[in-house]
Structures are given as structure tokens and as C-alpha cells.
Write a protein that binds this ligand. Structure first.
Ligand SMILES: [Fe+2]
Length: 207
């Protein structure tokens, strides 16, 4: 969905509170069972968002005009998860998409986001029929999770003038996913998309 160059081998990104941030996520992911992990991560993200010791890199606050920004902050060599910060300009959002079968926990770090979940009710080859399964207006400090097969959704910053920032903890780096272009009625056509990340702000000091 993004057009900027990919970060093939991301370098460490440093920021105040990084060690505490990673420790909390590590402790949650170490639970292993997806429902336990995502429940713990929702709680952890909600607390980390309110923790004044955690200061995300300045670049995370910079929206990109052409598309929402997607910047990877961390990949866990031990647990395999990936943390991505997304920056949403006013009105920016995603098409309907999946997460390639990976669980994900998403927390709103700044601003507000509209999240709509969809359920797959029918499939004919590359044609998929979805029904909206509930919407959520997520405020700052809130966190939600997606556990396959309930992974189809859209995200949008509905504000006319404020950016929004969200953090996404993926089970593993999301290298590709499916997005669904609307056709007639409830039907969509699947497209495979290679995910890309924007500038990663590497620093030599981060371990
Ligand atoms: Fe998503």
C-alpha cells in the first residue's frame, strides 16, 4: 500500500524508554498462546501509551502526504515479532485487508482512529464476499487485537485536521498481505500486496 523504498534489513531504532518498551512486549509475547499474548499486549500497549518515559522517535510524528506512513521500530530476534508505528494524516486510511494469518495488536498512541471489522461469508476463487461486523472509534490509549480468521478490517483517521499515530505489534514481520477492491454489492476482488516501510531512523547507539 506504500510506495517508498522497503527496509530490507532494518537497523535498530533508538528512543527514550526503548528498553522498557521492549521488555513489556517481550513479557507478553512470551506467553505464546495467541489469546493470552494478545490480551497481555493490549494491556501492555495501553499502559505504555500513557507512560511518559516512552518517547517515540520524532519522525513518527511526521505524516506523508501520499499515503499513511509505516515505520518499523523493532524486530525481536528472540520472539520474532515486529513493531510498526503508523502515522495517519487527516482522512488517510487503508482499504479492506488481512494480515496474512498473523495475529496483531494495535494501540492508538495519538489522536483517534475508526476501525471497521469484516467477516468473510463467501468466496469464489479470487472473489470474496464480506459483511461489516462492527465498527470501533478508537481513542488515544485504547488497544485492540486481531486474531485470524477474524483479521479483515479497515482503519481510517476520520479527523479533518489532526494526525493520528498507532502502534502495531505483529506476530512476525508483515511482508505481504491481501487487500480487497470493492466490486458490486458485498463482493470484493483480492489483490496481493507487498508491504513496504518508510524511513526507519536507524541509530548506531541502539542495541
Ligand atoms: Fe491492518
Amino acid at each position: 500500500m506504500d510506495t517508498s523504498p522497503p527496509c530490507i534489513e532494518p537497523l535498530p531504532v533508538d528512543f527514550p524508554g526503548r528498553a522498557k518498551f521492549i521488555d513489556r512486549i517481550d513479557a507478553s509475547v512470551a506467553l505464546r498462546e495467541p489469546r493470552a499474548v494478545t490480551s497481555a499486549l493490549r494491556h501492555a500497549l495501553s499502559e505504555l501509551i500513557r507512560d511518559a518515559e516512552i518517547v517515540l522517535p520524532a519522525q513518527v510524528h511526521a505524516p506523508i502526504v501520499e499515503h499513511y506512513a509505516r515505520r518499523e521500530l523493532y524486530r525481536s530476534p528472540q520472539h520474532g515479532y515486529s513493531v510498526v508505528a503508523m502515522t495517519w494524516g487527516p482522512g488517510q486510511g487503508t482499504p479492506l485487508h488481512d494480515h496474512s494469518g498473523l495475529w496483531c495488536v494495535e494501540g492508538v498512541w495519538q489522536g483517534e482512529l475508526d476501525i471497521t471489522q469484516f467477516e468473510l461469508v463467501e468466496q469464489q476463487h479470487e472473489r470474496y464476499r464480506f459483511l461489516a461486523a462492527g465498527g470501533l472509534h478508537a481513542g488515544c490509549g485504547s488497544a485492540g487485537s486481531l486474531i485470524p480468521p477474524h483479521e479483515y478490517h479497515t482503519i481510517r483517521n476520520g479527523s479533518r485536521d489532526a494526525i493520528a499515530i498507532s502502534l502495531h505489534v505483529y506476530q512476525a514481520p508483515l511482508e505481504s498481505c491481501s487487500r480487497f477492491a470493492p466490486q458490486e454489492g458485498d463482493w470484493f476482488v483480492r489483490e496481493c500486496v507487498t508491504m513496504r516501510t518508510d524511513d526507519c531512523v536507524p541509530t548506531a547507539s541502539a542495541a
